[in-house]
Design a protein around this ligand. Structure first.
Ligand code: SF4
Length: 356
């Protein structure tokens, strides 16, 4: 099989028998608006006989994407409001995003940057823009961490990636480089020993954050790609997006988080779906998300618990929005009294009554 072959049009999806021909006209309208791309690794995971397949839901276009809701926005997390120079987003004092590329091997139907990524956009930062972005990082000594995101930075060649990583390593106040990627699951063959070597920095720490949303994404090939990264001494974390019809049930979420931990990847964030245009059919409500997180709390090890977060529209950053297990009940003479919920959902007084 030619694993480098990409499926980039609805016609290619019909040819690969992933969608029936009668859906072609409707999906061509979606593809005219939002980029489409599936790798062979992703296409193989789809069961075309299942109309609710959780992998297809993430990557195969859907006519519902053409229904935009009034609260949805082209820049749902407010990147533009915090971009001092092209390619840099400086939202929090001690860290910046560096958006090196505007393309990905796959285009996720729920992507919060769907208006900014895709083949119609500029493929990557020009050398001049990258130099200005690096100058900005050099000039701001409060920047402790640089987060490479995009697009997917691991579509870059090992040579280009090494150049950028070395330039960042040469900035004394930058101690951490974090790389956000979907490549180990959607195109695992790209994680070559050379690419892994390019990620390593002498005297600085690299973290790789894998984006995975369903346990079926962690195929043997994906797990081997992640092992190549972790075996090289690069710690891995994960981020997942809570998606209706993909992972919005406790069993699927628990299985995903356990598999990640088995791969030596610490679950980091579970994102509430952003208000990206045409994605309402993929979002849950926040109470549904909180109930799922509560179910996870009772079901799996603490190692498997991500933080459920919302990126506040307008560029105000992320905040944890998980359920609270602690409630103040009184402010008595002996100090504040609380009720705390255990993993069975039973409530207990804290501090306990004397002799209790
Ligand atoms: S890989 Fe990330 S940036 Fe690319 S389409 Fe998917 S969610 Fe968006």
């Amino acid at each position: 099989m030619d694993r480098s072959r990409m499926l980039r049009t609805p016609a290619a999806l019909v040819e690969a028998s992933l969608i029936p021909p009668e859906r072609l006209p409707a999906l061509e309208q979606v593809a005219a608006r939002y980029a489409v791309s599936l790798t062979q690794d992703v296409a193989e995971l789809i069961d075309p006989a299942d109309p609710a397949d959780p992998i297809a839901r993430q990557f195969v276009p859907d006519p519902a994407e053409l229904d935009q809701q009034p609260e949805e926005s082209a820049d749902p997390i407010g990147d533009d409001a915090h971009s001092p120079v092209e390619g840099v987003v400086h939202r929090y004092p001690d860290r910046v995003l560096l958006k090196l590329v505007h393309v990905c091997p796959v285009y996720c139907r729920f992507c919060f940057r769907r208006e900014m990524v895709g083949p119609g956009r500029r493929r990557m930062l020009s050398r001049a823009a990258l130099a200005r972005a690096l100058d900005y990082v050099r000039a701001h000594e409060e920047i402790w961490e640089v987060i490479l995101t995009g697009g997917d930075p691991l579509v870059l060649s090992a040579t280009r990636l090494r150049e950028v990583m070395r330039a960042l390593a040469g900035i004394a106040h930058v101690k951490i480089v974090r790389v956000h990627t979907r490549v180990p699951v959607v195109a695992p063959a790209r994680i070559t020993p050379e690419l892994v070597r390019a990620l390593k920095l002498r005297g600085k720490a690299t973290y790789v954050v894998l984006h995975a949303n369903h346990p079926r994404e962690l195929t043997a090939r994906a797990r081997a790609a992640c092992a190549r990264i972790v075996d090289a001494g690069i710690p891995m974390l994960s981020q997942s997006v809570l998606l209706r019809g993909v992972n919005d049930d406790p069993a699927t979420l628990a299985s995903l988080m356990r598999l990640l931990v088995e791969c030596r990847i610490k679950p980091y964030y579970l994102h509430h779906g952003d208000l990206a245009p045409g994605t309402a059919h993929l979002r849950t409500t926040i109470p549904q998300g909180q109930a799922l997180v509560r179910a996870l709390h009772g079901r799996v090890s603490g190692l498997c618990q991500p933080t459920y977060v919302l990126d506040i529209p307008g560029g105000h950053g992320k905040s944890p929005i998980g359920p609270s297990y602690l409630e103040p009940v009184s402010d008595g003479e002996g100090g504040p009294q609380f009720e705390v919920e255990d993993f069975h959902g039973r409530r207990h007084a804290y501090p306990p009554a004397a002799g209790g």
